[in-house]
Design a protein around this ligand. Sequence first.
Ligand SMILES: *Cc1c(COP(=O)(O)O)cnc(C)c1O
Length: 414
Amino acid sequence: MADTLTLDRVRELDADDPLKSLRAAFVLPEGLIYLDGNSLGPASETALAGLDRAAVQEWGQDLIRSWNSAGWFQLPLDLGDRVGRLIGAAPGQVAVTDSTSVNIFKALSAAAGLRPGRNVILAEGSSFPTDLYIAEGFVASQPGLTLRLQGEGERIEDMLGPDVAVVLLNHVNYRSGRLLDMAALTRKIHQAGALTVWDLCHSAGALDVDLDGAGADFAVGCTYKYLNGGPGAPAFVYVAERHQAEARQPLSGWWGHARPFDFATRYEGAPQIARFLCGTQPILSLRALKGALEVWEGVDMAVLRRKSLALTDLFIALVENRCGDHGLDLQTPRDHRARGSQVSFSHPAAWPLVQALIERGVIGDFRAPDVLRFGLTPLYLRFEDVWNAVEMLRDVLDSGVWQEARFTARHAVT
Ligand SMILES: *Cc1c(COP(=O)(O)O)cnc(C)c1O
């Protein structure tokens, strides 16, 4: 790493970057270094064009005809296949629909239904909170079912037993950036007779996910983070083909019906992944996402992963080299096999530090209680951006500017 710690060398990394041309696909404000694409990805020209066309022409002029003429009705499954390519899912197994939270409910319910007689849902205590809140709500709706949480220092694989029906796992931890070994864990969970629900919110579009290869059962994830679908863009749900005929989800709305336009009295689930749809979808958001996914066409996820690791390696090395004596404590694993596409440090003054960085045009975020989190997104970030971000961090720390009163006020969204 030491040889990359000069600006000349960092510029060479940019010159040699096979993904460098993709930055031009994005609308990024001049002078801003955006290290928060793991929370809200930036707009692309194609996403904005899709949104504009959907609003002005398809809605404004073509009106209800657009359900057919613009392919609105097929969007959840069409986009599902496009997302599928990025997460190692063969066509016909992914639907883009609803939110991640809602999809967790559907997936947990479907998975638990495939394991009758087992009464425990197992999840990591460090999961993103909505995963746990939804799991709580789900078990409360099912008499006899309980939620068991992995505690500090425990290993999920040691908590498996004949009573465990489903294991809900965050592929990359939102706070630390720790990446789980999907293939190995899925194998152990299957050996114990349970099924997996993988939450890919911080791995879809961040690294080379291989759901089919890992033998995963169910997965969910959002599209507004690394996939850049836009604020509140619909999430996705994956159901392995082998489970589709048997899996039942409880939100049996008309979009999941085998023949929605028969307007039949009784529900009959669609035979395939369409069963995981519920009701009418936010078409404008889906059209923005469709445009956003155009940027991904032709992106080799192995190349993306290599750049991601190079970006996070550089960030860690520079912070340790430049800011080493300021008490930043690395929370993200150094081992490439256990690292997502973000770098997190804990620091007692994490909140004001992040605010001072934002004021200087370096946008990362704060995660309670004490984490500074930086998302390093390979499609549009340059190695020189990493260099400049760390220079800014060093300046904020050395100058002590973060101690000024204006950086202490908390906002509703962090
Ligand atoms: C961002 C995120 C979510 C978000 O869920 P929504 O329903 O979109 O609000 C869920 N799980 C994880 C792991 C996340 O990182």
